[in-house]
Write a protein that binds this ligand. Structure first.
Ligand code: SME
Length: 196
């Protein structure tokens, strides 16, 4: 579908009419493009554009997590893509919106790849999960993993984004950069209650 047709026919998943969309698609086609063959930088640029259109005007963290999970999971055909939310700061993560097979419910800070990324507030890339001490296996097909911390507007850790792949060494610098840009939306856009 050409861009001019898209401008007249916004995709129903979009909250508001939009003026520019990088990936042509129609409501009759899958709404998330398969980006596996694209250079990663270009693929993430496309996903960032879709994220900003889909979440325009939203300050809802759960809506953001659900949308980012769906975009990434289907664009790259990952094994598991989703969020673990901080439910006790410094202590406990609990599963949030995700796509893929069943994830474990809770992870303590410091445990596994997610707990390590949360405790150390940094992105952790694992080329081979079998080499990572304490890796928590939720799916035996998982071979490699990336976990990215998600911060709110105050700089507090609110969640981690966890992606598992059935391909060894699936994640590199372009993924780290692209994913960190995607989760920066949470610090910019989500609502943080002011303590009274
Ligand atoms: N592998 C993760 C656990 C979460 S699942 O993979 C969905 C970890 O080691 O923290």
């Amino acid at each position: 579908m050409e861009l001019h047709s898209l401008l007249r026919t916004p995709h129903p998943a979009l909250r508001t009419p939009y003026s520019v969309l990088l990936t042509p698609y129609s409501p009759m086609e899958p709404s998330i493009p398969d980006l596996r063959a694209e250079p990663r930088e270009r693929a993430y640029a496309q996903l960032l554009e879709m994220q900003s259109l889909l979440l325009e005007g939203s300050d809802d963290a759960i809506a953001g997590m659900a949308t980012v999970s769906a975009l990434l999971h289907h664009a790259f055909s990952h094994l598991w893509t989703g969020f673990y939310r901080v439910v006790e700061p410094g202590v406990l993560l609990r599963v949030g919106p995700y796509q893929g097979s069943l994830g474990c419910q809770e992870i303590t800070f410091g445990r596994g790849v997610c707990g390590t990324a949360a405790a150390e507030r940094r992105t952790v890339v694992v080329a081979n999960v079998h080499d990572f001490p304490g890796h928590i296996s939720c799916d035996a097909r998982s071979q490699s993993e990336i976990v990215v911390p998600v911060f709110d507007a105050t700089g507090a850790l609110m969640a981690v984004l966890d992606i598992d792949s059935s391909v060894p060494n699936a994640f590199g610098d372009a993924d780290r950069d692209g994913l960190e840009k995607l989760v920066a939306w949470f610090a910019r856009a989500t609502y943080v209650p002011v303590p009274v």
